[in-house]
Design a protein around this ligand. Structure first.
Ligand code: TYD
Ligand code: MG
Length: 454
C-alpha cells in the first residue's frame, strides 16, 4: 500500500494490534517478528457532544434487577461462557483455522433457536448453500435461525437493527470490513473498526454477540488478540487436528470465572459433549503396567483430568543427545533432566530422551514435573510403573517435591476412577481426604522414585 501525500499511515502489529510510527522488525509490545503492516489511519473526525448531553447516573440508583440470560443447553458451552449468554454480552471465539469454530457456532445457533431465541448467523466465509449442507450434516433444523451472507459492516448492522435477534453470530470478524477504510478486509484497522461497530450495536440493541476470530500465525490478517481488550469474554477453541477432542477455554470473562473448560469430541455429525472428561485422555488399555508410562492428574481450570505421560530413554549414539518433548515445553524437559542428572546421578547426558503427553494435549502445569521424571527414570531403568498409581507433584531445582494446587480434587478424582495409590507432595498431606486410596507423601524426587520403582 502506497501512502499518498496527505493520508496518514501507521504500522500495526497483526498479532497484537500495537501501533508504531515507523516500521521495525519486531513489535515493541508482543515481540513478534515481522508482524508490522502499514495501514492508513481513518480520516473521519469524531464529533464531540456537548458535555451537558452526556447522561450520568449514581451507581446506587442504577436498577439491579437480574438480567435474564440465554442458556444454550450445551452444558460444556454454557459453563465456559460463565453460565449463560447475557443480552449485550460480546464474546470472541478464537481458534486455529479448521479447528471447528463454525461447527460450534452452528450447533450453538441451533441450541439457542430450539429455546425460541431468534438467532442471526452472519457468514462471510461460506455461501448459503454451503451453510445448508453443513446444517444438514449437523442435523440443524434452524427454525429460528436467519442466515445472512454479508461482509460489509453497514449491511450487517442494518440487518441486526431490522431483525432484532437475541443472538448474533459473526463468522468471521476477519471477513467483515467497512467502506470507510481503504485497507483490505482482515487488516488490523478493518478488524478493529468492524468489531467496535458490532460491539456498539450489540450494547445498544441488547443482543448477545459472538464473533469468530481465526488465529493467524503471520501475514496481513489480524489475529483475535487485537480484539481481546474490546470484548467481555474471550474463549479459545483448542485441540490437535490429528485428535478428535476439542477444548473450549475462557481466557477472559467479565461476567464469570475463567477457570472453566469445555470438552468436546469432533465426529462425523459435529461436536458432541464429553460426558466423562476426567478419564477421557486415558488409553483403553490403561489396566496394563508399562515401562515409561505414568498417569497423573492435571487441573485444567477447576477440572481434574487424568492424563498419561510417556517417556522413552535410549542411549545416544553420537553428538549431543536428542530431547524431544510433545505436549510440554522443551525447556521444562531440559530442566527436569538436569535435575535428574545433578541431584539423583542418572546419566541423562548420554541418553536421548523423548517425552510426550498422550492424546496430543498441551499442558503447562507444575504438577506434571514429578510424573514426567518418574516416567523418564522408569524407561531408563526399564522398570514398569504400576498402572494403579497416580503421581502428582512439582519438583524444585534442588530436587525437592513441592505442593500443588487442588491436590484433594485430583486425588479424589483418581480414587473415583479406581486408582489405588497416590504419590503426592508432603506439603499437600493435610489437604487430602483419601477415600479408599493409599496415599504416599514424598519430599524428594529420589524418594518418589524409590517408592514407585524400588
Ligand atoms: P470448521 O467448523 O469449518 O472449522 P473452522 O470454522 O474453525 O475453520 O470445521 C472444520 C473441520 O471439522 C473440518 O476439517 C471437518 C471437520 N468436521 C467434522 O469432522 N465433522 C463435522 O460434522 C463437521 C461439520 C466438520
Ligand atoms: Mg469456519
Amino acid at each position: 500500500m502506497i501512502a499518498g501525500k496527505k493520508t496518514k499511515t501507521a504500522y500495526f502489529c497483526s498479532q497484537c494490534g500495537a501501533e508504531h510510527l515507523r516500521w521495525q522488525g519486531q513489535c515493541k509490545e508482543c515481540a513478534a517478528w515481522n508482524s508490522l503492516v502499514e495501514e492508513r489511519l481513518p480520516t473521519k473526525g469524531k464529533s464531540r457532544r456537548a458535555a451537558s448531553q452526556v447522561e450520568h447516573v449514581k451507581l446506587s440508583e442504577i436498577s439491579d434487577h437480574p438480567i435474564q440470560g440465554y442458556f444454550s443447553g450445551i452444558a460444556e458451552l454454557d459453563r465456559v461462557l460463565g453460565g449463560k449468554l447475557l443480552p449485550g454480552m460480546t464474546v470472541l471465539l478464537g481458534g486455529d483455522p479448521g479447528i471447528g469454530k463454525s461447527t460450534l457456532l452452528l450447533q450453538a445457533a441451533e441450541a439457542y433457536s430450539a429455546r425460541n431465541l431468534g438467532v442471526l448467523y452472519v457468514t462471510g466465509e461460506e455461501s448459503l448453500s454451503q451453510i445448508k449442507m453443513r446444517a444438514a450434516r449437523l442435523n440443524v433444523g434452524g427454525k429460528n435461525i436467519s442466515v445472512v451472507n454479508a461482509t460489509d459492516i453497514e449491511d450487517i448492522i442494518a440487518v441486526i437493527q431490522s431483525s432484532s435477534p437475541a443472538v448474533v453470530l459473526i463468522d468471521s470478524i476477519q471477513t467483515v470490513s467497512s467502506g470507510q477504510f481503504d485497507s483490505p478486509p482482515g487488516t488490523v484497522a478493518q478488524v478493529r473498526e468492524a468489531a467496535q461497530q458490532l460491539i456498539r450495536v450489540a450494547k445498544e440493541q441488547n443482543v448477545a454477540l459472538i464473533m469468530v476470530g481465526h488465529v493467524t500465525k503471520e501475514g496481513m490478517v489480524a489475529g483475535p488478540k487485537v480484539l481481546e481488550h474490546m470484548v467481555d469474554t474471550v474463549v479459545y477453541f483448542e485441540g490437535d487436528s490429528s485428535h478428535l477432542y476439542r477444548l473450549l477455554r475462557a481466557t477472559k470473562n467479565r461476567f464469570g470465572s475463567v477457570d472453566e473448560i469445555g470438552l468436546f469430541e469432533m465426529g462425523p455429525r459435529g461436536l458432541t459433549e464429553v460426558s466423562n472428561p476426567s478419564s477421557f485422555f486415558l488409553s483403553n488399555d490403561a489396566s496394563v503396567s508399562r515401562v515409561g508410562t505414568v498417569v497423573t492428574a492435571v487441573c485444567e481450570g477447576n477440572r481434574p483430568l487424568m492424563v498419561e505421560v510417556q517417556a522413552l530413554v535410549a542411549s545416544a549414539n553420537y553428538g549431543s543427545p536428542q530431547r524431544v518433548a510433545g505436549g510440554i515445553d522443551h525447556r521444562k524437559l531440559a530442566l527436569l533432566l538436569a535435575i535428574l542428572e545433578k541431584r539423583c546421578g542418572y546419566p541423562m547426558a548420554t541418553h536421548d530422551v523423548f517425552v510426550s503427553v498422550a492424546s496430543g494435549l498441551r499442558i503447562n502445569e507444575p504438577a506434571m514435573d514429578l510424573p514426567i521424571m518418574v516416567a523418564i527414570v522408569s524407561s531408563l531403568l526399564n522398570k514398569p510403573v504400576d498402572h494403579r498409581v497416580v503421581v502428582i507433584g512439582e519438583v524444585g531445582l534442588s530436587g525437592e517435591v513441592r505442593g500443588v494446587t487442588l491436590s484433594d480434587r485430583r486425588v479424589s478424582e483418581a480414587a473415583k476412577l479406581g486408582f489405588e495409590q497416590a504419590i503426592i507432595p508432603r506439603a499437600n498431606k493435610s489437604q487430602i481426604s483419601a477415600g479408599g486410596m493409599r496415599v504416599t507423601e514424598v519430599n524428594e524426587i529420589q524418594q518418589a522414585i524409590d517408592v514407585i520403582l524400588g
